[in-house]
Design a protein around this ligand. Structure first.
Ligand code: ATP
Ligand code: MG
Length: 318
């Protein structure tokens, strides 16, 4: 079994999330990065009023979980998500206020081993759509643009290059593939088929609004949010469309240094990133994307951790 929590992160070992148990909680699901727990006694996500979402230090790229993790990453992601939730007044989110819920019954407090990396949230009926917004053209959007001059059916002007700012932010959803499969870019029309037109339109509206608000705040701190991904679900009691998962973190977003973007000598050098692009770039150069990915060198791990920390400092001043 793995080591636990902040103590191990503090001495430089990544928290891989493979803790045998958290007192009072039952493990029900592990995504690539986060582990979900329900209060002891609950059967699963379907019959609980509270879920503990624990962000591990695992890092994924190209839909593979890599070794080793990035020490401290889970806490950084959780801190950043909480910071952003706080700034997005008026957008319903899945956090349980004061980490307590369920009428008069106060659920277990967050266990000490995962304090700092855990959030207590309402379980939602998640929509199978990754709500991607791009203010800049890069990554899979750039790849698609080169073939079709559009991204997810959104037509774009000719002559754009990798990293260019788009005339306006675009909504380019992806289908959230089950664990082990690859997420897939889809058209807006396809999201209508998946969730109905009313929800599809609301997901687009909310995503564009959150991106615009986030990008403006980020720019005040000298960073660009090139693109990002949101996940939403329906509140089980009210049906309200609710922002879930992590928000505007360096895992779910591409963050660039605004000053470097404005002054770099080459288009590629503009995209000095505060996210796992370092990991993606290293993997692209050192792996043919078949079989098991190679282990990340210590230097890549440390550089990634440092950039994650720098982003948090820039945004939150912490
Ligand atoms: P990635 O984000 O890298 O694609 P992943 O989506 O497989 O990875 P994680 O982010 O590691 O998964 O795990 C979080 C899981 O919890 C996701 O499946 C996400 O949809 C789900 N989730 C997040 N918030 C809620 C919520 N409030 N209710 C129910 N499920 C949630
Ligand atoms: Mg996720």
């Amino acid at each position: 079994m793995g080591e636990t929590g902040s103590a191990s992160a503090a001495c430089g070992h990544p928290y891989d999330g493979r803790v045998s148990e958290l007192a009072g909680w039952t493990h029900v699901y592990s995504g690539k990065v986060r582990d979900l727990y329900v209060p002891e006694g609950a059967e699963g996500l379907a019959d609980t009023a509270a879920v503990l979402v624990v962000a591990s230090d695992r890092v994924s790229a190209f839909d593979h979980v890599l070794e080793p993790g990035i020490p401290g990453k889970g806490e950084l992601l959780t801190t950043l998500s909480l910071w952003w939730f706080d700034r997005l007044h008026g957008i319903p989110n899945h956090l349980i206020p004061d980490h307590a819920l369920d009428g008069d019954r106060v659920v277990e407090r967050i266990p000490a081993e995962v304090a700092g990396r855990a959030m207590l949230v309402k379980p939602l009926d998640m929509f199978p759509v990754e709500c991607v917004v791009r203010g800049y053209l890069t990554g899979s959007g750039w790849a698609e643009y080169q073939r079709t001059q559009s991204v997810c059916g959104v037509p774009l002007p000719a002559g754009l290059t990798d990293g260019d700012r788009l005339p306006e932010p675009i909504y380019t959803p992806a289908w959230k593939a089950p664990m082990g499969e690859h997420d897939e870019n889809i058209s807006f029309e396809r999201t209508v088929e998946l969730v109905g037109s009313e929800v599809a339109e609301e997901l687009r509206r909310l995503s564009l609004e959150i991106y615009a608000r986030g990008a403006e705040i980020a720019e005040e701190h000298g960073v660009i949010i090139a693109d990002t991904k949101f996940e939403f679900g329906a509140d089980r009691a009210t049906g309200e469309i609710t922002l879930a998962d992590e928000v505007l973190t360096s895992d779910s977003s591409r963050y660039w240094d605004a000053r470097v973007f404005a002054t770099a000598a080459t288009p590629a050098a503009r995209m000095a990133s505060f996210d796992k692009q370092i990991v993606r770039d290293w993997l692209s150069a050192n792996w043919d994307k078949t079989g098991t990915p190679p282990e990340l060198p210590a230097e890549v791990v440390e550089r990634t951790a440092a950039r994650y920390r720098e982003l948090l400092e820039r945004l939150t001043g912490a």
